[in-house]
Design a protein around this ligand. Structure first.
Ligand code: DGY
Length: 325
């Protein structure tokens, strides 16, 4: 009898070609309804599985690892992995992997799209038109903020932040300022035409501030009431990073009181719930966490997650590990 093949769980619906690839190596259990499984269902389905292909929705923590002793690898279909308790995974000898690089340019495109839609009031004016309220062209109708030649601030200057910087500097003649845990090397700064500034200066000077930093408990509410108060009342704030980095209630209040011109948000604290105050203010563009959502990019992310499972369980090495065992 051939040795039993490892079993893996794919926690959400994923492209059939990626499932087929996994089936060539493993016994695969899928989630064809794309239900978000309650925790007890997830735990039950993980029993006997050596690997799991997850999304940012499933929390992989110490209690789950304790309850699933056979688990060897969890491959996230996302670059962010704040759903992983990395320390607990390392302690339990479970390899975590993410899906970096393949989404960089697509996500930077979206960051710029959201910036432009926010600055130029695309959603707000479309709602006005759809509501049948457009009766005449007017000189001062939906005046927005300039994008070209303005000051672009980037908070979090990893690969996606650098992609946004290049688009702003080279395509739109923007002055680019950034803040990051560590300063970039001189060659990368020159390529992005970006200057490093302290966080307070970034907040004060940016006409358009884009957040692209990873979520960690330390940067929970890094943009709260105090930070928003430093920003210009004409500025826009774009969050394509993670919910929880911005204090959404404080942001809604700043928008309502005209202390910030507009915001564009792709991620939310406690998503898919959205803070009700944000739904009430007109000067905010809201999208459902779609920054990496093109077919090509999501397929590449899914293939990378699958390749990580295959590499870990058949060759004992991860392609893009997030912890060292
Ligand atoms: C990522 O890859 O981290 C995106 O936000 C999708 O979760």
């Amino acid at each position: 009898m051939p040795p039993a093949r490892p079993a893996v769980l794919v926690t959400r619906q994923v492209f059939p070609e990626v499932i087929d690839k996994l089936r060539r190596h493993f016994e695969v259990e899928t989630n064809d309804d794309d239900a978000v499984w309650p925790r007890d269902v997830l735990l039950a389905r993980l029993q006997g599985k050596a690997g799991a292909l997850t999304t940012g929705t499933e929390r992989i923590d110490a209690a789950l690892l304790q309850a699933c002793p056979g688990l060897k690898v969890v491959a996230n279909l996302s670059v962010g992995y704040n759903n992983f308790d990395v320390e607990a995974m390392t302690r339990h000898g479970v390899q975590g992997t993410n899906a970096p690089d393949v989404l960089t340019e697509t996500t930077a495109d979206f960051g710029f799209a959201l910036l432009m839609a926010t600055a130029r009031r695309v959603s707000e004016s479309e709602h006005f038109l759809r509501a049948g309220r457009w009766h005449k062209w007017a000189v001062e109708m939906f005046l927005g903020a300039e994008v070209h030649g303005s000051t672009l601030g980037i908070f979090g200057m990893g690969r996606i932040g650098q992609g946004i910087a290049r688009r702003g500097a080279h395509g739109f003649g923007m002055q680019v300022l950034y803040h990051n845990r560590s300063r970039l090397d001189a060659a990368t700064e020159a390529d992005c035409r970006a200057s490093y500034v302290p966080k307070d200066e970034l907040l004060r000077r940016a006409d358009h501030l884009v957040l692209v930093l990873p979520y960690t408990p330390e940067n929970h509410h890094s943009i709260g009431a105090a930070e928003l108060a430093l920003m210009q009342p004409t500025a826009t704030l774009i969050n394509i990073a993670r919910g929880g980095i911005v204090d959404d209630a404080a942001l809604a209040q700043a928008l309502r009181e005209g202390r910030l011109a507009a915001a564009g948000l792709d991620v939310f604290e406690g998503e898919p719930a959205v803070h009700p105050d944000l739904l009430e203010v007109p000067n905010v563009v809201l999208t459902p966490h779609i920054a990496s959502a093109t077919r090509g990019t999501r397929l590449a992310m899914a293939h990378l997650a699958a390749d990580n499972l295959i590499a870990c369980l058949t060759q004992g090495r991860a392609l893009t590990p997030v912890n060292r065992l």
